[in-house]
Design a protein. Structure first.
Length: 311
């Protein structure tokens, strides 16, 4: 077996080559024999040469800081397109996954708060579907997304022979994971609506679906906006676990750059800053939307009060 001692720092012009061989492959002995043809004197000469060619270490804080920022700038200048594509895929998966998850949450939330039918067949179906939905919610809330990704992506390929597109698989995974959380958020939002509004709608002859669509859900969407925004921010960060199925999102792109440059600290400092910029920007936009909705609600309420006063 070939044993390799600690090596040297390498520049961009150096190339690392690895040869993968099976255990007990006959070519291993041939490779070892070729290496042994290098004399001890030649080995020492090569070592001395490499030691002399090593770059001088930074000796002061200023030199270290300057070197760090110059390396960061170089990584950005050479790999900004790759990192930008990764950030774009991260945003795409997060946005689409959150929207679909919200739709799933609204649909299941409405179903779970619907009154049970007096018809025995429909009643039985409601109970069965409710049980299935509860199982879905508990499983996806009780297991990590990284495990869900492995099971869904590789499981479908192994069990059904279906090779999913990685990006579509990622959107599907994030959507159903978000849907499980949004279901409980929506259910809480529906239950928070005053019961008097349900009674008033029933007195007016409105069905449950009409009550939900015209009275309850508009209030629920407004009330759950902060929680939905929080889920969106979480999804931006949690897409990093999708690298286990080789989705080329921001973390995967950053890890690829770090592997190529051997500058992990500098590269992931850039990745951390990009994640922060994304989440901070999204948070500020959502807060702006919340304030505007509050202002619209206040203005609408004030206009209604003025109209009533005129009457």
């Amino acid at each position: 077996m070939i044993q390799v001692e600690p090596g040297f720092k390498t520049g961009e012009e150096d190339t690392a080559i690895a040869i993968g061989l099976r255990k007990n492959d006959n070519r291993i002995s041939q490779i070892n024999a070729s290496i042994e043809t290098i004399s001890k004197d030649d080995q020492v000469a090569l070592m001395d040469r490499m030691i002399k060619e090593q770059p001088a270490e930074a000796t002061t804080t200023e030199e270290t800081s300057s070197s760090f920022f110059s390396q960061v700038a170089k990584i950005l200048s050479e790999n900004w397109q790759q990192l930008l594509r990764g950030a774009g895929i991260t945003l795409l998966i997060s946005i689409v996954g959150t929207i679909i998850g919200l739709i799933i949450g609204l649909a299941i939330g409405v179903f779970r708060t619907a009154p049970l039918s007096e018809n025995k067949v429909i009643y039985g179906l409601q109970k069965l579907v409710g049980w299935v939905l509860n199982v879905y919610i508990e499983i996806f809330r009780g297991t990590p997304m990284i495990v869900q990704s492995m099971v869904i992506y590789y499981g479908t390929a192994q069990a059904f022979g279906i090779n999913l597109d990685r990006t579509l698989a990622a959107i599907f995974i994030v959507s159903i994971n978000t849907g499980a959380y949004m279901t409980e958020i929506v259910r809480g939002g529906i239950l928070a609506v005053d019961k008097g509004q349900f009674e008033a709608a029933t007195a007016l002859g409105m069905t449950h679906n009409q009550t939900m669509r015209k009275i309850v859900l508009p209030q629920v969407v407004r009330n759950i906006l902060p929680a939905t925004g929080n889920e969106f921010v979480i999804n931006i960060k949690d897409t990093s676990v999708l690298n286990v199925i080789s989705v080329v999102e921001l973390y995967f792109s950053g890890n690829t750059v770090a592997t190529q440059t051997y500058q992990y600290f500098q590269t992931f400092t850039i990745i951390a800053v990009i994640y922060f910029v994304l989440t901070f920007t999204v948070t500020r936009i959502l807060r702006f939307i919340e304030r505007r909705m509050d202002m619209d609600t206040y203005t609408t309420g004030a206009n209604q009060m003025q109209t009533e006063d005129l009457k």
